[in-house]
Design a protein around this ligand. Sequence first.
Ligand SMILES: Nc1ncnc2c1ncn2[C@@H]1O[C@H](COP(=O)(O)OP(=O)(O)OP(=O)(O)O)[C@@H](O)[C@H]1O
Length: 311
Amino acid sequence: MSGISVQGLAKRFGSRTAVEGLSFDVRPGEVFGLLGPNGAGKTTTVRMLTGLLQPSEGEAHVWGHSVRTQGEALRRTVGLLTEQPGLYERLSARDNLRFFMKLHELDERQAWPRAQAWLERFGLGGRENEPCGSFSKGMRQKLAIVRTLVHEPQVIFLDEPTSGLDPESARTVRDAVAELAAEGRTLVLCSHNLAEVERLCTRVAVVKGRLLALAPLQELRRAGSSLEVSVEGEASRFVPALATLPFAPSSLAEGGRLRVMLADESQAPDVVACLVGAGARVRGAVPAQRPLEEVYLELIREGRAEGRGAP
Ligand SMILES: Nc1ncnc2c1ncn2[C@@H]1O[C@H](COP(=O)(O)OP(=O)(O)OP(=O)(O)O)[C@@H](O)[C@H]1O
């Protein structure tokens, strides 16, 4: 199967369990977010999926290759951008890339024009012969991204890809991510930058040693959504009426606006009918999605509370 398929993956380091019971699929053409706090097991998971670490339990296939038994084919198929760029400081940008091309047994005459095009795109054109040690942090990061893409991997793992980049370069990287997905590649993005995750990812997994949530981004943000109602006059007058609804939603009034918390969107018409019944002149009612950050923090808090209760 193309894409990624993970079944019951676990990794233990001695007595410490870094991840356990991880199962999820990522389709070709998808940008998948792997989120979680520091030490949640994201890097460990990515290292298992790129053949750098053997799982303690479970199995995963990346573009059809078993992470347990097909390490070599796997490494040819995946591109990995780690948190540290890991470049040879004394080598030039060109020689860093050439070294990597050799590792991947690429024909340099074919691979170099591709690398050159990425270098140009990331504003590194003309700097190829300078040693990496003289590059700024952002320039190194961009060179590391070029190195990740130079063998045209089908599955690309990016750990904080825009870390240290100026806004314009970050935009260039985000555009490239979207294009690579549109070409049918599979991308996994590990990031603490939730605004970036919101912009790029279609689905996310939230992990903390185990899977806390796995859902399309829109669905996660819709769960526990709210309804923003604007009325004529003071909205606080209508708060008591909401308590008469069978689901008695909590609400927050400010001036002519009322934010009503809903368990799901199907409750919205009842809320509006209730307000109108109480004499409100409703100007508008708009379902409001929660920011990913709010959903994420709640999941992590719940995960922590459950962890405390576990034997
Ligand atoms: N080689 C190792 N030996 C022992 N423990 C390890 C090793 N690698 C990771 N761990 C442990 O596994 C857990 C998960 O670490 P991991 O690096 O996967 O987290 P992460 O989610 O990538 O964190 P961050 O967001 O900080 O990068 C941590 O408790 C870490 O100490």
